[in-house]
Design a protein around this ligand. Structure first.
Ligand code: CA
Length: 218
């Protein structure tokens, strides 16, 4: 319950939030673009979204609308300028979101985030099965057929992300930020290295390489 997506195009603000959240034990991921922010918010890999309204390509209201239809359980804290507070409150009526007017103190935001993250019961499935491969998410165990396979914590995290998005292409950048965190060097080949480990352990045909795009499980 600690993966927070921050969709905010002002670096000063996003890094302020990310630093504060990290210090509190959260795993923040920062996205500065509305279209990418929506994509990430819909992956299911985050526990909460901190959402700015004025964003390049797609504004926060549009993101809010899509997320509340497709992932109604996702808590959202909207950041808004004080002069547009009325609009924002109207837009939030009936939704799962909360709002925070800029400028704000980190402690206020943190309190809202903590409130929104109170456990409401785990809605994610406990077992993910793709072909012969089975992941028991609760007990953190992996199986191929009936045989248990030893995976490291990072391998398990990567396997979980890939298996949960069966049929969907995930880019190296997405995997990097979902499994390793936003501040990892995007030029790193660590994703490819770990996909190699997983292929050795789970079978060479489970994870397909989609040339120029990333990886897909089918
Ligand atoms: Ca903005």
């Amino acid at each position: 319950m600690n993966r927070v997506l921050i969709v905010e195009d002002e670096v000063r603000i996003s890094s302020f939030i990310a630093k504060g959240l990290k210090a509190e034990g959260f795993t923040p991921t920062v996205v500065a673009d509305g279209v990418i922010g929506l994509d990430y918010a819909l992956t299911g890999e985050f526990d909460l979204v901190v959402l700015d309204i004025g964003l390049p390509r797609l504004d926060g209201f549009a993101i809010l609308e899509r997320v509340s239809v497709e992932r109604p359980e996702m808590p959202i804290v909207v950041l808004t300028a004080r002069d547009s507070l009325t609009d924002t409150v109207a837009a939030l009526e009936g939704g799962a979101a909360d709002f925070m007017s800029k400028p704000f103190r980190f402690a206020e935001l943190l309190a809202r985030i903590r409130l929104r993250l109170r456990p409401l019961g785990d809605v994610a499935p406990e077992e993910i099965v793709v072909g012969d491969v089975k992941l028991d998410v609760r007990s953190r165990r992996a199986y191929v057929g009936s045989k248990e396979v030893e995976l490291s914590a990072r391998e398990l995290a990567l396997a979980e992300v890939l298996l949960r998005h069966q049929g969907q292409v995930l880019s190296r950048e997405q995997l990097l930020s979902l499994v390793w965190g936003y501040d990892f060097d995007p030029g790193s080949n660590i994703v490819d290295v770990y996909v190699g480990y997983l292929r050795k352990k789970l079978g060479s045909d489970v994870i397909k390489t989609v040339r120029g795009l990333g990886y897909r499980v089918e």
